[in-house]
Design a protein around this ligand. Structure first.
Ligand code: CA
Length: 423
C-alpha cells in the first residue's frame, strides 16, 4: 500500500530544520492550547502547529465530511473514531496543503491564524485512555532482569518465548510530557532479614518504552488476528513507565506490579501514526521456539526507531545515559494485540499498550537505570561529578525517539518529566 503523505521526495513551503522531528512526511496529531485558544486538534510541522479547527473553519477540509466537534475537542478519540481510512485521507490532504507546489494555505489570508507557534502552545494529553496494558516484550530487558534477580542460566521464565507477557496497568496516572511527579512513598523491604518499612522510594527508575494507541474498538468476545492488527493500531508515542524498584520488589509476588508502577507514566504529546512509521519497518528477532499459530505473522512488523534517554540534574549539564531502538522488540505490536484479545477481551479507542522496557543487546542500550547501573553495582558518572544508581530528586528525565531513512526523519519530539521530592 502506498501512502501519498509518506513520499520521501515531498518538500514543504514551511521552513523546517533538517533535524526536525516534524518533517512533512510525519504530520503527527496532538491536542494543544495556548493563551487564547481552547484545547483542539493540531498537527505538527517544523516549529509550527496546524490548528485543524481553524483549518476546518477556513473551508480547507471541505470535501472530507468531518464534524467540527471532531477538531474542537479535548482528545483525539473522536477523530480516531472516524476511522483509519478517513484519518489517512486527512493526513494526505494536510500533506497536499503543506507541499511546496500548493498555495491554498500558503497564500490564504487566514494562514497566520491557522498556523500557531509550537513554542507558545501547551501540549495536552492526546487521548482519553480507557485502559492501559504494559507488556514485557524486550528479550534483552527480560534477560537482564532474570540474570539480576533469578538464575543467570535460566534468565527467562518458561512462558516468556511462548507469549507476549503483560499486565493491566492503571490509566488514571498516565500524564503528558511536561508533567512532573513526586517521588512515591510506600512499603519496602530491601533488607530481607528485617521487617518492611514505610519510606519514600530510594530506587526510583525510568523505563524507556513506546506505546501504541488502539484505533478501533472491538466487542466482547471478538479477537484481532496479527493480520488485522494494523487496522487497530492508530499510532505511537514515547512512554516513560516510571518505576519504584524497592516498592515493586517487595509487593510484586504473587500478582505482579502494583504501587511500584502506578504513580506516574509519562507520554510524548504527538501521536505519530502507524501510517507514517510504515516506511521504517524492519525484521525482528527470530522467534524460537516457533510460536503458536495465533501469534504467527507475515511481513516486517518491527520498526527502526532510535531511542535515547537523558538525565539532567537541576542546574547542571545532562548526560545521555541510554541509546536503544524499538527494533529490539522480541514481540511486535501485532502479536501483542492478537494475544491481548485471543480470549475475547475487548479493546477500545484510546486504549494504550506499552511495549515494556526496551533494551538492546549492548550495555549502552539498556532501557532502565536498574540495568544501566546493574542493580546499583555500576553507578553512572554524571558530568557534574555526581553519580547515579537511580533517579535523584530534581533530576529531569528526557526521552527522545525518531526514525530516519532516505533523508526523511519521522520523530516523536520529547517526553520530559522531573522528579519532585516526596510529599
Ligand atoms: Ca513497564
Amino acid at each position: 500500500m502506498t501512502i501519498k503523505a509518506n513520499n520521501p521526495l515531498l518538500k514543504s513551503w514551511v521552513e523546517i530544520a533538517p533535524n526536525s522531528d516534524f518533517q512533512i512526511q510525519n504530520l503527527p496529531f496532538g491536542i494543544f492550547k495556548n493563551k487564547t485558544l481552547t484545547p483542539r486538534v493540531g498537527v505538527a510541522i517544523g516549529e509550527k502547529i496546524i490548528d485543524l479547527l481553524e483549518l476546518y473553519r477556513a473551508d480547507l477540509l471541505n470535501k472530507y465530511d468531518f464534524d467540527e466537534n471532531v477538531f474542537d475537542n479535548l482528545f483525539l478519540n473522536d477523530l480516531i473514531a472516524t476511522g483509519k481510512e478517513k484519518c489517512r485521507k486527512l493526513r494526505d490532504r494536510l500533506s497536499e496543503l503543506l507541499s511546496e507546489d500548493n498555495n491554498e494555505l500558503k497564500d490564504d489570508m487566514r494562514r497566520g491564524k491557522i498556523m500557531v507557534n509550537m513554542k507558545e502552545a501547551q501540549m495536552m494529553m492526546p487521548v482519553s485512555v480507557g485502559d492501559y496494558t504494559d507488556f514485557y516484550s524486550s528479550i534483552d530487558h527480560a534477560t537482564n532482569v532474570g540474570v539480576m534477580f533469578r538464575d543467570p542460566a535460566n534468565a527467562l521464565l518458561p512462558n516468556w518465548r511462548h507469549m507476549p507477557v503483560g499486565y493491566h496497568g492503571r490509566a488514571s496516572s498516565i500524564v503528558v510530557s511536561g508533567t512532573n511527579f513526586h517521588r512515591p512513598k510506600g512499603q519496602t523491604r530491601v533488607d530481607e532479614t528485617q521487617p518492611p518499612i514505610f519510606e519514600s522510594s530510594k530506587r526510583l527508575d525510568f523505563e524507556l518504552e513506546m506505546a501504541f494507541i488502539v484505533g478501533k474498538s472491538t466487542q466482547l468476545g471478538e479477537s484481532i488476528s496479527t493480520k488485522q492488527a494494523d487496522d487497530y493500531i492508530f499510532g505511537m508515542v514515547l512512554f516513560n513507565d516510571l518505576s519504584a524498584r524497592d516498592i515493586q520488589q517487595w509487593e510484586y509476588v504473587p500478582l505482579g506490579p502494583f504501587l511500584g508502577k502506578n504513580f506516574a507514566s509519562v507520554i510524548s504529546p504527538w501521536v505519530v501514526t502507524l501510517d507514517a512509521l510504515t516506511p521504517f519497518t524492519v525484521e525482528g528477532y527470530k522467534q524460537e521456539p516457533a510460536v503458536l499459530p495465533y501469534l504467527q505473522y507475515e511481513g516486517n512488523k518491527n520498526i527502526d526507531i532510535k531511542l535515547e534517554v537523558e538525565i539532567k540534574p537541576e542546574n547542571a549539564e545532562g548526560k545521555m545515559v541510554s541509546h536503544s531502538n524499538y527494533k529490539y522488540m522480541y514481540w511486535n505490536m501485532n502479536q501483542q494485540l492478537a494475544h491481548h484479545t485471543i480470549n475475547g477481551c475487548n479493546v477500545n479507542i484510546g486504549d494504550m499498550m506499552a511495549s515494556g522496557t526496551i533494551s538492546g543487546p549492548d550495555a549502552s542500550e539498556f532501557g532502565s537505570m536498574l540495568e544501566l547501573a546493574w542493580k546499583g553495582t555500576k553507578p553512572i558518572q554524571m558530568p557534574d561529578g555526581s553519580e547515579r544508581k537511580f533517579l535523584l530528586d530534581n533530576d529531569t528525565c528526557i526521552m527522545r525517539g525518531y526514525a530516519e531513512k532516505d533523508g526523511v526523519r519521522v520523530g516523536f519530539g520529547e517526553c520530559i518529566t522531573k522528579v519532585l521530592p516526596a510529599l
